[in-house]
Design a protein around this ligand. Structure first.
Ligand code: NAD
Ligand code: TYD
Length: 331
C-alpha cells in the first residue's frame, strides 16, 4: 500500500513505519515537523526504504508536497504530553486540531482513506469498568481536549463529505524509542542514572498499559479492516498504578527504592483510564505483550541504547526537566 504517515518520526509513528516498511513492503512517505519529540534516529533502520519530508501538518504546502501517490493517510502527528499542554496549550491547538483539518481537506480533495490515531484520554477518567466506543467524550486536559476536537472533526468529514475515515484510540503506550518526558522512560533513565523518581500525588493513578508494537499492529488492523466512519478502541492487556510501575522499574534497573519521591500532583490529574477493545478484537486484533514482559524488554532496551537517549539527556530536555521538576538531572 502507498501510505502517507504523518508524525512518523515519533515514538508510535516510527514503530508503525518500521512495521509497514519491513513486514508489509509498503511504500511509505513520512511527513514530520521534527519537534523535540520527532527524531530521525527513530527511522534509521528503514531510512533507505522510505521517503521523508520535513514539514508541519498544518502547512498545506508541505502536505501537498508529501501526499502525492498516497492511497491512505495515517495521522500520528500531535503534541502529546499532558504536562506540556497544561503549561502551554497553544501549540496543541495548532497541531492537533488545525493540522488535522489540513490533512482532512487534503484527503477529501483526493478521495483517500484516512486513519486518525487517537487516545483513550478523550473519554476522561473512569473509576470502575472500561470505556467503549459509545462512552461519552469528556476530556480533562488541553491535550485530550484537542485530541477530542480532532476526532469530532474527523467524524464530521465522514458524515458530511463521505470521506473514508477510521479513528483508532489507544491506551497508554510504552516501549523502545519513547521520549523520556513520559512516565516509563523517564523513570527508567532516572533509575539507571541514580536520579530521583518523581511520582505525582499518591502514585495511585491507574493506566492501561499497551506495548507500542501492539498498538502499531492495532492501527494497521483498523486501517485494513475498519469500517468507514467507525471508532476502534485499542487497549492494553493490563492495568497498573503508577507507584507499582515505578517500584518494578526500580527492581529491574537495580536502583535504590529510596530514589522514589512523591511530588505535587498534576492539576486535573485523571485517576484511571481503562479501554474495552472488544470491537477491534472482533475484527481479529489481539494484544500480544503482557505488561510484565513488555516492561522488562523496555528497561533492557534503554539500558542497551544509550546512543539513542544520551543526546536527549544532555540537550534541551535538561532545561525542560529543571523547569518542570524544579531540580537538575545528574550530569
Ligand atoms: P510523540 O510525541 O513521540 O511523536 C509525535 C510526532 O509528531 C513527532 O515525530 C513530532 O515531530 C511530530 N509532530 C508534532 N507536531 C507536528 C506537526 N505540527 N506536524 C508534523 N509533525 C508533527 O508521540 P507518540 O507518543 O508517538 O504519539 C503519536 C500519536 O498517538 C499521537 O497522535 C498521540 O495522541 C497518540 N497516542 C499516544 C499514546 C501514548 O501513550 N504515547 C497513546 C494513545 C494515542
Ligand atoms: P504520562 O506518561 O505523562 O502519560 P498520561 O498523562 O498521558 O497518562 O503519565 C502517566 C502517569 O504517570 C500519569 O498518571 C502521570 C504520572 N506521572 C508521574 O507520576 N510522574 C511523572 O514524572 C510523569 C511524567 C508522570
Amino acid at each position: 500500500m502507498r501510505l502517507l504517515v504523518c508524525g512518523g518520526a515519533g515514538f508510535i509513528g516510527s514503530t508503525f513505519v518500521r512495521l509497514r516498511a519491513r513486514e508489509c513492503g509498503d511504500q511509505v512517505t513520512v511527513l514530520d515537523k521534527l519537534t523535540y519529540a520527532g527524531r530521525l534516529e527513530n527511522l534509521q533502520e528503514v531510512r533507505d526504504d522510505i521517503r521523508f519530508v520535513q514539514g508541519a501538518i498544518e502547512d498545506p504546502v508541505a502536505v501537498a508536497e508529501s501526499i502525492g501517490g498516497a492511497e491512505a493517510v495515517v495521522n500520528f502527528a500531535a503534541e502529546t504530553h499532558v504536562d506540556r499542554s497544561i503549561a502551554d496549550p497553544e501549540g496543541f491547538i495548532v497541531t492537533n486540531m488545525q493540522g488535522t483539518h489540513v490533512l482532512l481537506e487534503a484527503a477529501r480533495e483526493r478521495g483517500l482513506r484516512y486513519l486518525q490515531v487517537s487516545t483513550d484520554e478523550v473519554y476522561g477518567s473512569i473509576d470502575d469498568g472500561s470505556f467503549t466506543e459509545q462512552s461519552p467524550l469528556a476530556p480533562s486536559s488541553p491535550y485530550s481536549a484537542t485530541k477530542t476536537g480532532a476526532d469530532l472533526l474527523v467524524s464530521s468529514y465522514f458524515h458530511t463529505y463521505g470521506l473514508e475515515t477510521v479513528i483508532c484510540r489507544g491506551s497508554n503506550n510504552y516501549g523502545p524509542h519513547q521520549y523520556p518526558e513520559k512516565l516509563i522512560p523517564l523513570m527508567i533513565l532516572n533509575a539507571l542514572a541514580g536520579d530521583r523518581l518523581p511520582v505525582y500525588g499518591d502514585g495511585g493513578n491507574v493506566r492501561n498499559w499497551l506495548f507500542v508494537e501492539d498498538f502499531a499492529r492495532g492501527i494497521a488492523h483498523a486501517l485494513a479492516h475498519g469500517r468507514p466512519g467507525e471508532v476502534y478502541n485499542c487497549g492494553g492487556p493490563d492495568e497498573c498504578d503508577n507507584l507499582t510501575v515505578v517500584r518494578r522499574i526500580v527492581e529491574l534497573a537495580g536502583a535504590d527504592p529510596d530514589l522514589i519521591e512523591f511530588v505535587t500532583d498534576r492539576p486535573g490529574h485523571d485517576r484511571r483510564y481503562s479501554l474495552s477493545s472488544a470491537k477491534l478484537e472482533a475484527l481479529g486484533w489481539q494484544a500480544r505483550v503482557r505488561f510484565e514482559e513488555g516492561l522488562e524488554r523496555t528497561v533492557a532496551w534503554y539500558r542497551d541504547n544509550e546512543w539513542w537517549w544520551g543526546p536527549i539527556r544532555s540537550g534541551g530536555y535538561r532545561e525542560y526537566y529543571e523547569r518542570h521538576y524544579g531540580r537538575a538531572l545528574k550530569a
